[in-house]
Design a protein around this ligand. Structure first.
Ligand SMILES: Cc1cc2nc3c(=O)[nH]c(=O)nc-3n(C[C@H](O)[C@H](O)[C@H](O)COP(=O)(O)OP(=O)(O)OC[C@H]3O[C@@H](n4cnc5c(N)ncnc54)[C@H](O)[C@@H]3O)c2cc1C
Length: 651
């Protein structure tokens, strides 16, 4: 077998440490080396043209490029091989720049080391198999799970890009958490007004015909893989036909059944047929059969009788299971708040007037349970304490900072100032975090409030909250021992945590979660819109605590990844550097599947053997190293290839 060696001088980067003449002398005489060429800049256009022409003319069986890191130029050199009529996988690169020239001061040792590494590559490349990329037809439709800012922005961008999108939203309404807030940090814009144009575009805009909106729906089964998923969605009946309903709300007042309103965190009640709160979209109520008298066997029809539109209230609506094909899914299910029940000394649920930040958002919102009035049972609060970091930065609860709480706490400060002028605001905090270019202004505004006080506390375990004569007494450690403050209201800002359904959905999608239960990104820096499961994209608070700006941006990033990867009329290229199973050797222990970080390995019960899905496999080799029977093999990284390389380097 004839192997050509191309030595790149990289200007003087390599040649000033490793003498090309010596390399040519030492390797030129080896039986498997056909020739050694010294090129000044192989990565330049001229260098690549030379490589291609030289390969075409001399027709070696294998090629070695001794140059820089394969991460930089391997793909470009493989393309040269391909254009020269060779199998691109007959190339082996040797990194003699970073691994030799830059780190080996002695030129003699450097040349010796480079020779050994090139010899090892020559030994290995003899065993390279002619691998081929395969192609697969793909579906370019997308399912987006969650209709908050992240999901909606993803859906819009995808539809604008010509893709058909199905948005699956668990609740009866669109818009996600910000629909529940009155105002948004950093600029205190009206939150529903900010979202409304996005919702209008999703529902009625120029690309709306490509967006299917499924409310009261959840994904219950996903099969297939990137490019070819089948997604089953279960839709709970709304009992109100969204297309017929004119949103007059006449059906609501006659309804005799009430239930705590979960959209207001149980701070008020709603009717069995109701809107979660006013101003929501779609502008149609939903009927909650669990609360409705009909759910208890009674034939109540008062809502239907009050409805001016024939057929808008439809009791014969049934649960549906829908099936959609999709090339990719976007997970955008948002996040929740840490359960304050785990912080019993803070009094939430036990002492009247102690609220979580989400409950307080609803109190501040005009469409909330108090219509935006900040009030307590005894009248109007004259003092409000806001406890930042309630369970954050704490190894016993959540060790991280959610990065948004201080900002919404200062938003609360401002809103209290305008709704309750003169009310005292006490900020109890562990750390203050104001990232970005806009957050500090809000903090400064809170600092300028003459009625605001800032107190730093150490450990949340040392903070105690009790009821005291109609007030709330907060005892906390201070420099002089212990201090106390009596307030009328206490707002807790607990850490942002994964949504309650996140782990179930993650299991369904085979997409791993991180140590805190958030969906884990393929790479937190450069591939944050992708999960470790190919074809499952991530956006918004389901992957990490975030603000609306970032959530929307992540939605766009996920859409961009999908638009670039799944193009109508273009087949998906499947990389051949993947693992595969030698069924003869496989004992069916499935250790390979357990260690695979990309969920690429399934099991064939009839053959009692593992099976690798090449579309999902990233060729990392974890399964190969783990398999106790040596049944898992890695294309392009076979044991024979690796051992040949090791043996040659040690000779
Ligand atoms: C108290 C508080 C105040 C905040 N104030 C601000 C602020 O002023 N400014 C700001 O920029 N950010 C603020 N944030 C952050 C903001 O809420 C988030 O950045 C934003 O909601 C994230 O958007 P999202 O689309 O990722 O998730 P969400 O807005 O939570 O939307 C997720 C959607 O997915 C749906 N869903 C959940 N599970 C499923 C499922 N299994 N299947 C289908 N659908 C599902 C949900 O019903 C929801 O509609 C605040 C956060 C908190 C906790």
């Amino acid at each position: 077998m004839r192997t050509a060696v191309y030595f790149c001088s990289c200007g003087t980067n390599i040649s000033e440490k490793i003498d090309p003449e010596r390399i040519a002398r030492e390797l030129g005489g080896e039986p498997t080396v056909a020739y050694v060429r010294n090129v000044e800049y192989l990565c330049s256009e001229e260098g690549k043209e030379f490589l291609e022409a030289d390969l075409r003319e001399n027709r070696p069986d294998r090629a070695i490029v001794a140059a820089c890191s394969p991460r930089d130029y391997e793909s470009a050199f493989m393309q040269c091989l391909g254009r020269a009529g060779m199998n691109p996988y007959f190339l082996q690169m040797v990194n003699i720049r970073e691994q030799v020239a830059w780190v080996t001061p002695d030129p003699c040792q450097a040349a010796e080391k480079a020779c050994r590494m090139i010899r090892a590559a020559v030994a290995r490349v003899q065993l390279h198999a002619p691998l081929e990329r395969t192609e697969l037809d793909v579906c370019t439709d997308v399912v987006v799970i969650g209709a908050g800012p992240a999901g909606l922005k993803a859906a819009l961008a995808l539809a604008e890009g010509g893709r058909k999108v199905t948005v699956v939203e668990k609740t009866p309404v669109l818009g996600g958490m910000p629909m529940r807030y009155g105002d948004l940090f950093p600029n205190l814009e009206c939150s529903p007004c900010l979202l409304e144009p996005v919702l209008a575009e999703v529902m009625h805009g120029p690309h709306a015909e490509r967006i299917e909106l499924l409310t009261l729906s959840e994904v219950v089964e996903v099969t297939g893989y990137y490019g070819n998923f089948t997604v089953k969605v279960q839709q709970t009946p709304r009992y109100v036909d969204v297309d017929r309903c004119i949103g007059c709300g006449y059906c609501i007042p006659p309804c005799p059944a009430t239930t705590p309103n979960e959209f207001n965190y149980g701070l008020d009640e709603r009717k069995a047929i109701s809107y979660p709160f006013s101003g929501v979209l779609p502008n149609a109520p939903f009927l909650d059969l669990q609360a409705c008298l009909r759910g208890r066997g009674e034939d109540c029809r008062l809502c239907q009788a009050a409805c001016p539109v024939e057929g808008a209230v439809c009791f014969n609506d049934r649960e549906k299971t829908l099936e959609r094909q999709a090339g990719a899914l976007v997970v955008a299910i948002g996040a929740g708040l840490y359960d304050c029940g785990a912080l019993p000394s803070l009094g939430h649920g036990r002492i009247p007037g102690v609220y979580t930040s989400l409950e307080f958002e609803r109190i501040l919102a005009d469409n909330g349970p108090t219509h935006g009035q900040v009030s307590i049972s005894g009248g109007t609060p004259q003092s409000v304490a806001i406890m930042h970091c309630a369970g954050s930065l704490d190894p016993h609860h959540r060790p991280y900072c959610s990065g948004i709480c201080c900002q919404y706490a200062f938003k609360f400060n401002h809103l209290l100032e305008s709704k309750r002028p003169g009310a005292r605001v006490l900020h109890l905090y562990k750390e203050l975090v104001m990232p970005g270019k806009e957050a500090y202004a809000l903090y400064q505004r809170a600092r300028d409030n003459p009625h605001a006080t800032f107190v730093r506390y150490g450990d949340i375990g040392d903070v105690e909250v009790s009821a005291d004569n109609g007030q709330i007494l907060i005892r906390y450690p201070s420099d002089s021992g212990r201090a106390a403050a009596a307030v009328d209201m206490l707002v807790l800002c607990p850490p942002v945590v994964p949504n309650e359904g996140a782990s179930r959905l993650a299991a369904l999608l085979d997409a791993p979660c991180d140590e805190f239960g958030f969906f884990e990104e393929l790479n937190g820096r450069l591939a944050f819109a992708e999960s470790k499961m190919k074809g499952i994209y991530l956006a918004g608070a389901c992957q990490s605590p975030t603000d609306v700006q970032r959530a929307a941006g992540q939605g766009m990033a996920a859409a961009a990844g999908i638009l670039a990867g799944l193009v109508p009329g273009r087949k998906l290229q499947v990389e051949p550097i993947t693992a595969w199973t030698d069924e003869e050797k496989c004992s069916g222990c499935r250790l390979c599947a357990a260690v695979c970080p990309y969920k690429a390995i399934g099991f064939e019960p009839q053959r009692r053997a593992s099976k690798v899905n090449p579309l999902l496999c990233h060729g990392c080799g974890t399964c190969v190293a783990t398999c106790p029977a040596g049944a898992m093999q890695g294309n392009h990284f076979s044991n024979a290839q690796i051992f040949a390389e090791i043996e040659a380097i040690l000779q």
